[in-house]
Design a protein around this ligand. Structure first.
Ligand code: FES
Ligand SMILES: [Fe+2]
Length: 360
């Protein structure tokens, strides 16, 4: 089929396509904030799928509310926590002092005439929220489509966990950011000398399968030998690595990396969880851990600096991709190759099944 692509390919998506994209992503858990960035007794603003949210701990429990007061729409996250008799901690709006209980119901209006009831419509929507892997995760739908992903070995006490890093937002859609991490054939072109080598540019053989709520990819590939990762021969210029990738649809990717010929049981874990703030604005949270070199500093400067370089190299490519939202396969705008692009094809296929790819 011939597809007329000029206008939709290069212009921003229609308002309708953007709305559908946000709707399609609502039933999933998204990371919105490092838990360490939320003080014990203050609210914090955040944004998910173009929706302002306030995250706050009330009576020791996490609460996620729409960050808009029901009175005159001031931002609740500018307010403060105060106690209201019978409700404990509540979030008080900074404008006229209306207070909202953890379930979003307004429970105190200072200007109310005595004897009158607070209208039940004075309620702010609240959302599912939980904390895991050092992040606060929110789901905006009534029922999450999948459970929050379990990241292999990340909770294992044998592993030394590095700092959780937050990258400044990329001007790109979340699935494209995940696909850049999943794509294992761009290394020789984008990351030559770091994790790719044009002398070993042949795509790896992939095994790709679904396991419950996640997609798995298993590969072996030759990479330049970088000093701070599981490896068998420090002196060789290249090494063969074995990667087991876990993708929690749609927004989390986790790599378990070992030397291919390794019998030493050394594992390096790297994971990314991305937050779709807006259709073309995506934040990335990044974590790593390892089960060796426990006596070395947790913060490994060379390794972290290399990750920064890799991400900068990826960023200019991903921000250049058009259309902004993944085009459905049927448009034939993309030309994925088999078997080289198999992980990307399978990831996108799953997104399509879940309605996350949007017609351009
Ligand atoms: S706008 Fe929030 S109390 Fe008036
Ligand atoms: Fe990359």
């Amino acid at each position: 089929m011939h597809v007329q692509t000029n206008a939709p390919l290069y212009s921003a998506p229609t308002a309708e396509a953007i709305r559908e994209y946000y709707e399609a992503l609502r039933p999933f858990w998204h990371p919105v904030l490092p838990a360490a960035d939320l003080p014990a007794s203050e609210p914090r603003p955040t944004e998910l799928l173009n929706q302002p949210l306030v995250i706050v701990r009330l009576n020791g429990k996490l609460v996620a509310m729409e960050d808009v007061c029901r009175h005159f729409q001031a931002q609740l996250s500018l307010g403060e926590i105060r106690e209201v008799a019978g409700y404990g901690d509540c979030l008080m709006c900074p404008y006229h002092g209306w207070s909202f209980a953890p379930n979003g119901q307004c429970v105190d209006i200072p200007q109310m005439e005595p004897g009158r009831d607070i209208p039940t419509s004075a309620r702010v929507p609240t959302y599912h929220v939980q904390e895991r892997y050092g992040l606060i995760w929110v789901c905006l739908a009534d029922e999450p489509r999948f459970d929050l992903p379990t990241l292999p070995r990340v909770d294992d006490p044998e592993f030394l966990t590095g700092p959780l890093r937050t990258y400044e937002p990329w001007v790109a859609a979340a699935p494209r950011v995940i696909m850049a991490a999943l794509d294992d054939t761009h290394g020789p072109w984008v990351h030559e000398g770091l994790v790719g080598s044009r002398e070993h540019a042949a795509p790896p053989e992939h095994r790709v399968w679904r396991e419950g709520n996640v997609m798995k990819v298993d590969i072996q590939m030759v990479q330049p030998n970088n000093a701070t990762i599981a490896e068998s021969d420090q002196d060789a210029s290249t090494r063969e690595v074995h990667l087991t990738t876990t993708v929690a649809i749609p927004n989390v990717i986790h790599f378990d990396i070992t030397a291919a010929d390794s019998t030493d049981g050394r594992h390096t874990l790297i994971w990314q969880a991305v937050c779709p703030r807006q259709f073309n604005k995506t934040d990335t949270f990044w974590g790593s851990s390892r089960n060796y070199d426990h006596d070395q500093p947790v913060y490994d400067e060379d390794f972290e600096a290399m990750q920064d370089t890799l991400r900068d190299q990826d960023r200019r490519i991903v921000e250049s991709q058009r259309p902004w939202l993944l085009p459905p396969f049927w448009t034939k705008i993309e030309l994925p190759l088999r078997p080289a692009d198999l992980p990307l094809i399978e990831y996108q296929r799953w997104l399509e099944e879940l309605g996350i790819t949007i017609a351009v």
